[in-house]
Design a protein around this ligand. Structure first.
Ligand SMILES: C=C(O[C@@H]1C=C(C(=O)O)C=C[C@H]1O)C(=O)O
Length: 94
């Protein structure tokens, strides 16, 4: 039995699709930038990871999440996932 979906649901989904596209574009730009950082680190023989910088970023992101109504635990997990992928890329550039 097929039923037409309410317009407000379709409209909300359109917004979700636009936001997902923006997220992909933002992530692509971030990885483009961190690739450059990885090349600089390899050139200057700097280590792929920088735990003290990560600590500052996580603290900052948790605060931003809190202020904008996003779960800080989720924000930390998300950033940690991205950073671990970046470090993997940096290791491969050495
Ligand atoms: C991008 C860097 O390299 C690593 C990745 C980070 C990131 O993705 O934000 C942060 C710190 C480093 O562990 C950096 O040192 O700035």
């Amino acid at each position: 039995m097929s039923q037409e979906l309410p317009q407000e649901l379709l409209s909300a989904r359109q917004t979700i699709d636009n936001l997902d596209a923006a997220l992909v574009h933002l992530l692509a730009e971030r990885f483009r930038c961190t690739k450059n950082v990885g090349q600089i680190k390899a050139q200057y023989d700097l280590p792929p990871s920088d735990p003290s910088r990560e600590e500052v970023q996580i603290k900052r992101l948790r605060k931003l999440a809190q202020e904008s109504g996003l779960d800080p635990e989720f924000a930390e997990k998300f950033l940690t996932l991205i950073i671990s992928e970046v470090i993997r890329h940096h290791e491969s550039l050495r």
